[in-house]
Structures are given as C-alpha cells and as structure tokens.
Design a protein around this ligand. Structure first.
Ligand SMILES: N[C@@H](CCC(=O)N[C@@H](CS)C(=O)NCC(=O)O)C(=O)O
Length: 326
C-alpha cells in the first residue's frame, strides 16, 4: 500500500490522524472519457474515440470498484474489443503488482508494478495507485481511473461497434439513479471502507450505523420492487452488487460490519443471487481473490494474514424474485 509523489513511489498506509481516525477517499486523477467520436466527455480532454482493440483495462478481481468495470465489459459485449489484465490479489509494499498474471495483449507487459503504468502515463504524477485503470494504447496514457465513469463509457461509447444501445443509465431515470447512487456510495460502497479503515471507535461506529441504516432501507425497497430504479437493472444495481457479494465473505469479519449479514436480509440476499445469476456475471466473481486480497494485504487490520475458510455460500440457489415482476 502506498502512493506516488512527483512520480516516486512511497510505501505508506492511509493517514487517518488528520481526520480524527476517519478514512477519507481521494478523488481519482485521470478523468477523460472514451466517446463514440472522440469528442470530450463531461470532464477531461477529448481525442479518445471508441475503437476495437485500442483500450486496455487493468483490474483487481478483489476490488469492488474495478469489479463494476469488468461486469460492464461483459454485459456490453466488449470482451473482444477491450483487453484486460488482472493484478495479483496480494497488495504489499509495492502496491498492486502483476505477479504471474496473463499479460497477453497488455501494452505495458514490460512493467511489473501498476505504479509504473501511472508513471508511464505521467512521469510527475502524484496519486494513489488504484484499480481500475483504462489505458489508451494509441496515445500511451491513462484515459480514466474512475470506475463510475468507466462504466458509463462502456455502456454508451461502443454502441456503434457492438450494436448495443445504452441501457444502464436511461435519461428518464437519471435523477432517481443519482439519488440512490449517492446514498449507496457514501454509506455502503464506501461505508464498509470507512468502518474497516477507521482508527478511532467513534469513526467506526458512525460508519457502521449509517451502513446498516442504508441496508435496512435497501431491504425494505427491494422487498417491494425487483430492481433499485425502474423495471430493469441499471447501474445503481451493479454498483450495489459488487459490495453485496463481498459483504459476508469479507466485510462482516475483516471490516467489522457485523450487525447483520446479507444472508440475514431475505430481499437483499435474493437480489444478490439474481444479479449473480445474470449470464456472464458469475465469471467475474472470484471469491479466492476477494478474500486473499483483503485478509492478506491489510496487515494493520489482520497482522497474521490468515485467510478465513468460510463462510459457506450458495449464490446459485434459486433467487425467488420472479413474483416481483419484470
Ligand atoms: N474512486 C476509485 C476508487 C478505486 C479504489 O480505491 N481502488 C482500490 C482497490 S478496491 C485501490 O486500488 N486501492 C489502492 C490504494 O488506495 O492505494 C474508483 O471508483 O475507481
């Protein structure tokens, strides 16, 4: 775990002293957009047109933010258009490294650490070195390292190549999706990290309280409706899914998010199984990488690096959500 300062790697853990024991996530640095014709997106510069084989994605199978992008790559039929490299689940003193990953198609296959990819994009960069990273082979730089924006590019920019129209952020539902995303991001996706990385009792309790208030709210909402917004899955569902699938295996124990398990919530656990059983999605879920990453990498939380064997899960069990309609 560490970060880059002026292009030089420093091995340091998160500094929570200046924030009263609270974990504060930094904003992503690379914020350009791939668009159909290379026009600029909402932030950053243009010049990144959607083309087959031009972009390469770096992910960790452990990371919930990277997992979103992998799911969208699969759901949008982009596997043959956008290559992928999976980093080693063990994140140590050098941050994310490639280990014995399959590097076929990787334009930076000469590099052994992810921070070197950031430095190649910008030799003076000061940044945390996070996954996901979307790399442009043509201009040899990072297009984006912000998952919420990469999933929107994958949903929209490649329609001319895949024949798949945008579907996960429909115009009429945007305000409601944004509102759900805002609460889920702050209290659930990031909430588990705020609980797990807190270094003061009060900071931990504040995060866990807000997290379970939101899970109770989601349980109530999903007991009446099949999807969070509208009548088919949207990005709001996929953004929640990647936290839910890690919850019982990792966040309950490692991050002490243990008032209840997802298994104790009937609607949330059926909903989790239905999303998991969506064609293509199970292949993006690797519980070995997930458990290994968290329990091995965060030695301030788990100094022995022992990885638990459980819990026993059956994500293939019937989800029982058909009665809620389309
Ligand atoms: N805002 C980013 C967050 C990505 C992120 O924090 N990824 C974690 C892995 S789950 C990471 O790479 N952390 C390394 C670090 O913080 O040094 C996104 O959503 O893309």
């Amino acid at each position: 775990m560490g970060l880059l300062v002026d292009g030089v790697w420093h091995d340091v853990w998160y500094d929570t002293d200046k924030s009263g024991g609270k974990f504060e996530r930094q904003a992503s640095q690379f914020r350009n957009f791939v668009t159909a014709d290379g026009a600029p997106g909402p932030t950053g510069t243009g010049g990144f047109a959607a083309e087959a084989g031009r972009y390469h994605l770096y992910v960790s199978l452990a990371c919930p933010w990277a997992h979103r992008t992998l799911i969208f790559r699969t759901l949008k039929g982009l596997e043959d258009l956008i290559g992928v490299t999976v980093v080693d689940p063990k994140m140590g003193a050098e941050g994310w490294v490639f280990g014995d990953a399959d590097r076929s198609g990787d334009p930076n296959a000469d590099l052994t650490r992810l921070y070197e990819v950031y430095v190649r994009a910008n030799p003076d960069v000061s940044s945390r070195v996070t996954v996901p990273v979307l790399w442009d082979k043509q201009t040899k730089t990072i297009v984006s390292n912000e998952s919420s924006e990469i999933i929107r590019m994958f949903d929209t920019a490649f329609a001319g190549l895949t024949g798949r129209a945008p579907e996960f952020y429909p115009e009429p539902l945007r305000a409601e999706i944004d509102a759900v995303n805002a609460r889920v991001y702050d209290t659930v996706n990031n909430g588990v990290y705020k609980a797990g990385f807190a270094t003061k009792q009060a900071a931990y309790e504040e995060a866990v309280t807000a997290l379970f208030e939101s899970l109770d709210w989601l349980e109530e909402r999903l007991s009446r409706r099949r999807w969070l917004v509208g009548d088919q899955p949207t990005e709001a569902d996929w953004r929640l899914f990647t936290t839910l699938v890690r919850f019982d295996p990792v966040y309950v124990g490692h991050f002490k998010c243990n008032l209840r398990r997802i298994a104790d919530y009937p609607a949330l656990s059926g909903y989790l199984r239905e999303l998991y059983q969506t064609p293509g999605v199970a292949g993006t879920v690797d519980l070995g990488h997930i458990k290994t990453h968290y329990y091995w990498s965060h030695t301030t939380i788990n100094p022995t690096r022992i990885i638990p064997k459980g819990p026993l899960l059956d994500l293939d069990a019937p989800h029982g959500r058909e009665h809620l309609g389309a």
